[in-house]
Design a protein around this ligand. Structure first.
Ligand SMILES: [Fe+2]
Length: 189
């Protein structure tokens, strides 16, 4: 395979906004973004258990389920509607699901790549115990294709929202050479 499988660790905290009108404006919510056509139709049997999630006041959100999904290093999703699906990297799960414990979550994945029409991104969905649901996407800060991607631009026009969806990647000490890490707070309003 010509593509490199660079590891990317994303560790994030998210807060769920309790219905406290006086505090509601403390943080700006993570913007909602399209789910896209490739939400998995079949889920891996395993569920990871090493995480954390937070809310609009910076308070950890209890009982939040976080899902991420993305294409492999060739830009191929594991989905029935994905052309060329048979060529996908079968060693790459492409989907992860975790319960936030004390608002914390983390996951390990590949650095996302572009595919036709889209700049690199990771899909994310958060369902809270209180019935809240947020679907969004994370992008690589500074990626040249971002500004040509209409979905990215729709949310990034507002600099405060941009901050919620841009991953700032940095070397991850203690991991394999070349591994990168970022921290993304997911703020659910
Ligand atoms: Fe996508």
């Amino acid at each position: 395979m010509r593509t490199s499988r660079r590891a990317l660790i994303v560790a994030a905290g998210a807060s769920l906004l309790p219905l406290h009108p006086t505090l509601a404006a403390a943080l700006i919510a993570t913007p909602s973004q399209t789910e896209g056509p490739f939400y998995p139709t079949a889920l891996p049997a395993d569920t990871d258990n090493d995480r954390r999630v937070l809310d609009l006041n910076g308070k950890p959100v209890e009982g939040a389920l976080i899902e991420i999904w993305q294409c492999d290093a060739q830009g191929i999703y594991d989905h029935p509607r994905q052309p060329g699906r048979e060529r996908r990297d079968s060693a790459f799960q492409g989907y992860g699901r975790m319960m936030a414990a004390d608002g914390r979550y983390s996951f390990r994945t590949l650095r996302p790549v572009a595919y036709p029409g889209r700049t690199p991104h990771i899909h994310v969905k958060v369902a809270t115990a209180g019935g809240g649901l947020l679907t969004s996407q994370f992008y690589i800060a500074g990626e040249p294709g971002n500004e040509r991607d209409g979905i990215f631009r729709a949310a990034a026009r507002d600099p405060r929202q941009r901050e919620r969806i841009e991953m700032r990647l940095a070397p991850a000490p203690g991991l394999e050479t070349g591994a990168l890490a970022t921290t993304m707070d997911i703020v659910v309003g």
